[in-house]
Design a protein around this ligand. Structure first.
Ligand code: KG4
Ligand code: ZN
Length: 340
């Protein structure tokens, strides 16, 4: 089964061709980083316009790179949400136009489900599994008894970990995109600053206290005209942020005994996480290859394959995109159209 998938939820315009929910034949990602760098962050209106400018070219290149024609495509899949609504709608409308013109079935996919299924590229998932989601908008532990079955064990009570990375990077004047820049800076520093440890219920997370602490440290030192090495502060923040991830995940592993731990989302690209996550616990850990951690359409195509197995029914052309949406609804678990 050949799937053409589209992802435009934030600042990457991406189209991929995947085969049988396992093999990536092409994965074209047009990044808008250079454009948004000028403004120090993603400007939603500009993101939408950049998607409009790039999407046709990205569709053509994905087909060409995979040596596939429109006629070969069996299913069209597109990120339905969550994300920037204007950006999502560019991808959704392009996917609908392609599906309509070539008389192909189409389905919508949840962005975070796509991130999780990046772990199914070139391999089979082993169930039951525990999924750790660490992205710009989500920090969650999800229990998956089988394909497309999701039960949330814990989530962040306030900020997502990626959001905290981005805000701390901004305070340290590292520019956009903050997460990777803070990651690189932390490598050169020593975690010598004391960081607060948040008391957490169950398998939940919390990052606003840690973020506020770093902001206060920076302001207090500025007031006292003290000099410090920002790399040390970055390393201290990173160690505390990741310790929380490691501790809560370990607690869930001990209680649930999954066959696998999969890591998903943009922060899975983090070097400290990748170095320290492996071999820590008594469970095999999967982290997607670096290029499949951040936003890409290949992960959407892989998820779409399993969603289609659960419910092989084309959605009607009037489905909408959603800035906010959950993937734990019964309809989504069955791969059916999410109606709001
Ligand atoms: O998963 P993603 O696309 O976000 C959502 O889907 O919500 O990932 C984007 C997030 C951003 O917050 C970005 O700063 C963070 O992932 N990120 C990183 C790294 N690379 C991306 N955070 C820390 N270290 C990195 N190397
Ligand atoms: Zn993402």
């Amino acid at each position: 089964m050949i799937i053409l998938s589209v992802e435009t939820s934030c600042d990457e315009t991406s189209v991929a061709i995947t085969l049988d929910g396992r093999t990536v034949l092409s994965n074209v990602v047009l990044s808008q980083i250079d454009t948004h760098t000028l403004y120090g962050g993603v400007v939603p209106e500009i993101a939408s316009r950049e998607h409009v400018k790039g999407i046709t070219h990205v569709f053509k290149k994905a087909l060409k790179d995979a040596a596939v024609t429109a006629a070969d495509v069996d299913l069209v899949a597109v990120t339905q949400g969550p994300g920037l609504i204007g950006s999502l709608l560019v991808g959704i409308n392009a996917a609908k136009a392609f599906a309509y013109a070539h008389a192909k079935p189409i389905i919508g996919v949840h962005h975070i489900v796509g991130h999780m299924y990046a772990n199914a590229i070139n391999q089979s998932l082993e169930f039951p599994l525990l999924a750790l989601i660490v992205s710009g908008g989500h920090t969650e532990l999800i229990w998956m008894p089988s394909h497309m079955q999701f039960e949330r064990l814990g989530k962040t009570q306030d900020d997502a970990i990626g959001e905290a990375y981005d805000k701390v990077a901004r305070i340290l004047d590292l520019g956009y995109p903050g997460g990777p820049k803070l990651d690189a800076l932390a490598k050169t520093g020593t975690a010598r600053f004391a960081m607060p440890k948040t008391q957490l219920d169950g398998y939940d997370f919390s990052y606003s206290g840690l973020k506020s602490h770093v902001i206060n440290v920076v302001h207090n030192m500025a007031q006292r005209e003290e000099t410090y090495d920002p790399a040390d502060l970055a390393a201290s923040f990173q160690k505390a942020a990741m310790n929380q991830i490691f501790e809560q995940t370990q607690k869930a592993i001990k209680a649930y005994h999954p066959k696998r731990l999969i890591v998903a989302g943009g922060v899975a690209a983090n070097a400290y996480l990748r170095a320290h996550m492996k071999d820590v616990w008594d469970v095999p850990i999967e982290i997607p290859a670096f290029e499949y951690c951040t936003d890409n359409a290949a992960m959407i195509g892989i998820a779409a394959y399993y969603q289609w197995q659960a419910s092989p029914k084309s959605w009607s052309f009037d489905f909408n995109g959603f800035a906010r949406m959950d993937f734990l609804t019964e309809a989504y678990n069955k791969g059916e159209e999410v109606i709001r």
